[in-house]
Design a protein. Sequence first.
Length: 249
Amino acid sequence: MAIQVGMFPLTGSMGNITFYQHANGKFLARQKGGVSRKRFLTAKEFEGSRRAGREFGRASRASGIIRRALWSSLRDVDKLGHSKLTALLQRVIQTDKLHRKGERLFAAGDRQLYQGLELGKDSVAGMLGGLPDMESFGEGRYLAFGFGKLSGIPIFPKGLEADCYGLRVHGIVMAGEGKMPKHSKAKGLPLMPLDKGPEDFGSQVLDFGDAVTSDSVILGALSLRFFSKVNGAPYLLAEHGGVCLLGRG
């Protein structure tokens, strides 16, 4: 614990006391060696830090689960890093009004903070003219993406030497808030000419294989890729759109 020693310019060490200047300009003193692990885990004055640490751990685990599940799509885009995604998910946890600090849950947080979140450098919604509807049914076993409302010709990056585009829908289940085991599904949709709108994809359903527990969080994601045909076979050019999260708690 640091103690303020006024504005006197004291720096250096004396015995087991270190004097230093904080970034705010104040001069502080602290005992060498810091806080022991045992004291941090048991002392009453560190309870607030312990609660914050538990919530940060939940956010970090959720970030890791999302990024691992989407890695096949994220690897080719200017992606949102783990630390930034963790910070966002931590803010989601902090909006939980059902539990006290330290026990707040991602599942009980405000999903609007990540609804439509773009993980790539370009906007999926901007290019497709919107995002598909998403709903789960069958006790969470099925996750459906509805493209019917996305009428019109997509607006794709200029100068792109592509013949067609493809969409890939992802579903992620994060079960509970302990170690948060997960399972995920992904489905590549048929390739579409650049002058055809995404409404032709209709409704697409992912099957997780079993019902999902009530304390789970279900996330849907959509990735966009561009292809060129070489000798009649599609060749992946780029994933300009990246990944967009369509959250459903």
